[in-house]
Design a protein around this ligand. Sequence first.
Ligand SMILES: [Mg+2]
Ligand SMILES: [Zn+2]
Length: 199
Amino acid sequence: MSRPAVFLDRDGVVIEDVSYLDTIDRLALFPWTIDTIRALNRAELPVVVVTNQSGVARGFFTEAFVDEVHRALDARLRAGGARIDAFYYCPHHPDGSVAEYARSCDCRKPACGLIDRAARDLDLDPARSFVVGDKWSDIEMARAAGARGVLVETKTSGVPPPRHVTADAVTENLAAAASWILENLRSGDRVIGDRPSPI
Ligand SMILES: [Mg+2]
Ligand SMILES: [Zn+2]
């Protein structure tokens, strides 16, 4: 039976958005990242990163480097007892300079190809899942996939949403977003005993 999951944008949600992370030494987790992901793990919600990495298409870094970043991030999380279940990224961009990646695709957010792929691979149910992102394109992806979208309000402060796009919740950071998600899990998706159930 398909499970609900939490899909996390990477840059600006799990790690600081340094604009095209291209060296490992610029990888910086937020102070709340490890504790928050561990709380999601405890609730038995698969945690899946879905991220646009057009720096590959732009020739700023390679796919091998993106994988290296994800291994380094994974190591830091594991050292703190937290786990990301899978990483999915889009390396494309229509205006890219690397021919192999310079195209439109169905996996660059706001399209939901990454969620579709993860749902197939990991047997997840997007309709019972959540997306946390710091751009309206993350929320548009949630809508396209039929998931609920929680906006972390850093990038979007003062930026009006595209027409007809609304977030299910707007929060300060990933920690607050995860609290909202754990409170808004459907009763059937809640791990018994994880936290007091509302009456
Ligand atoms: Mg982001
Ligand atoms: Zn793509």
